[in-house]
Design a protein around this ligand. Structure first.
Ligand code: COA
Ligand code: MG
Length: 278
């Protein structure tokens, strides 16, 4: 089952049992054992063995997800065959077609695997059809993958993120319409805490609920950034009190701290309080 909220989703390669054993202590809302990009082609089978051993060791300590290779690769079916019981979700990269998702759903059913799918939107086709893909009944949550998206586009990845602005927002919109949780791209430079924090804040502003992390240092940043601060919560309560007073007096548009507050502003404040209360 998916955890109630995922602010931080920490990845480590399946072939790094040392890192996998450290993940429960990082404070991440969930961990991903990665058989895809982080596991080299000649180590996929070793990765599957480590994955099963890590799930057996860590079960119950932290929600555990496994990321498999997508259906266009030679590893996809063996990955599916190797998945143990006890996984909380399967992360499937590079979603592109509804037919592919239907086939995946059948493949999971045939293996008796009743687990939610966290789907990656990280190609041009995936972004273009994100609304359909994230609305598929098998998909319980999603993420935006910036590095693969820019690679697919033949673009250039920069720290400005302007090259992913459209796709990142489109994926958030698609998740909103599908009413599923959505997580933002990784920050590959794990030494740049400022960038990680800035990206988390931007992501929250456009509707993301969490971030993919690749290093424990990013976990605390994401957990903090996707949780409203006490100042935000306190202001939201004051704002709603003032707004409700105004409505009681017959006005639905009031002045608050020099800002106009009306229903959509009040709705944002309610969202802050709901988020803070989990
Ligand atoms: N999960 C758990 N622990 C991790 C970790 C991770 N993803 N990444 C680093 N750590 C641990 C290290 O083992 C180290 O622990 P220690 O203090 O007990 O020695 C500590 O955190 C600090 O790590 P650091 O030395 O700063 O990083 P590193 O050089 O060991 O590792 C990476 C850097 C990038 C190789 C590593 O973070 C990593 O493999 N990340 C995941 C990559 C991945 O899964 N990519 C695919 C998804 S996009
Ligand atoms: Mg990738």
């Amino acid at each position: 089952m998916l955890p109630r909220r995922i602010r931080s989703l920490l990845f480590a390669p399946a072939v790094r049992p040392d890192l996998l054993r450290k993940m429960p202590a990082t404070g991440a809302d969930a961990m991903v054992i990665d058989l895809e990009d982080a596991t080299p082609p000649d180590a996929k089978e070793a990765g599957r063995t480590e994955l099963r051993s890590a799930v057996a060791d860590l079960h119950g300590q932290i929600p555990i997800f496994a990321r498999i290779n997508d259906a266009s690769t030679p590893w996809h079916h063996d990955d599916l065959d190797s998945l143990p019981d006890g996984l909380d979700a399967i992360v499937v990269p590079k979603l592109e077609t509804i037919g592919g998702l239907d086939a995946l759903q059948r493949g999971l059913e045939a293996r008796g695997l009743d687990v939610p799918i966290v789907g990656g939107i990280e190609t041009g086709l995936g972004v273009a059809d994100a609304r359909m893909l994230l609305a598929h009944p098998a998909v319980a949550a999603g993420y935006f993958g910036a590095e693969d998206f820019v690679a697919d586009m033949g673009g250039v990845r920069t720290s400005s993120n302007h090259e992913v602005a459209f796709a990142r927002a489109q994926v958030a919109l698609a998740a909103r319409l599908a009413e599923i949780p959505i997580m933002d791209m990784i920050t590959a430079d794990f030494t740049d805490d400022e960038r990680c924090r800035r990206e988390c804040e931007q992501a929250r502003q456009i509707g993301y609920g969490g971030k993919l992390c690749i290093h424990p240092a990013q976990v605390a940043i994401a957990n903090d950034a996707f949780t409203p601060s006490s100042e935000e919560v306190e202001r939201a309560h004051r704002l709603l009190t003032a707004y409700e007073d105004g409505k009681a007096r017959g006005v639905a548009s009031i002045a608050f701290d020099g800002h106009m507050v009306d229903e959509p502003v009040a709705a944002q404040a309610r969202r802050v309080i709901a988020l803070a209360e989990g």
